[in-house]
Design a protein around this ligand. Structure first.
Ligand SMILES: [Zn+2]
Ligand SMILES: [Zn+2]
Length: 220
């Protein structure tokens, strides 16, 4: 089912389209990238979050996302995956839209600097917990994400193996972007408000060429 008011249900022509990865998953570029090649893996259907998928579907999605990411030009460099969880009740979307999508953010740092980034991310998370925006995390496997359905959450992971899930205590839009940008030393900049269509189209060309190279998926 598609939602005509939702941009991820549309053609995404503003950023060069999308790649259909398999029968239920697509990838496109983020129109306001935190870093170069910032991409969004999203469901065909207008799900509110990946927690609406079954364990079987999550397991398949994980395989598709990891193999495609591996083949991208940023495949071997440090990166983080994140999802703004569902929007329900009075708390609207915790991210950019109410359609399930996982951000892939290549960090743009040299391999070996991950430890510093992890520590900086922890500091930003602790600030949010202190400000009562987040609850302390619990760790779950990606395939078990359906267990948090119905709650507002955010998660991040470096390899989609274990997710660090934080439940949202109040409406904090774009919280994950704020946390990641802060950990990258850009807390003073509201990077998510800076739409960069040229960068998004460039990333999309790269996604299309990765799909062609893998000889999988269809580009639209
Ligand atoms: Zn949608
Ligand atoms: Zn988002």
């Amino acid at each position: 089912m598609l939602d005509p008011t939702c941009f991820l249900c549309g053609s995404l022509s503003d950023r060069g389209g999308f790649v259909q990865l398999d029968s239920s998953l697509r990838v496109t570029s983020d129109i306001a990238p935190i870093r170069a090649d910032h991409s969004l893996f999203y469901t065909d259907e207008h799900h509110r979050s990946f927690s609406e998928l079954s364990s079987f579907e999550l397991s398949a999605a994980k395989g598709t996302i990891l193999s495609f990411t591996e083949a991208m030009k940023v495949g071997g460099s440090p990166k983080v995956f994140l999802e703004h969880g569902p929007a329900d009740g009075s708390v609207r979307s915790l991210g950019c839209c109410d359609h399930a999508h996982i951000h892939l953010v290549p960090l743009g740092i040299a391999s070996g600097l991950e430890t510093e980034f992890h520590a900086a991310l922890e500091t930003e998370v602790q600030k949010c917990i202190s400000a009562n925006e987040l609850s302390p995390h619990k760790t779950i496997a990606f395939d078990n994400l359906s267990g948090v359905n119905g709650n507002n959450y955010i998660w991040f992971s470096f390899d989609l193996t274990e997710l660090r899930i934080f439940f949202i205590k109040r409406d904090s839009r774009q919280l994950l972007r704020r946390i990641v940008a802060g950990a990258l030393g850009e807390s003073g900049f509201e990077t998510w408000r800076l739409h960069d269509q040229a960068a998004a189209i460039s990333t999309q060309l790269s996604l299309h060429s990765t799909a062609n190279r893998l000889n999988r998926g269809n580009s639209f």
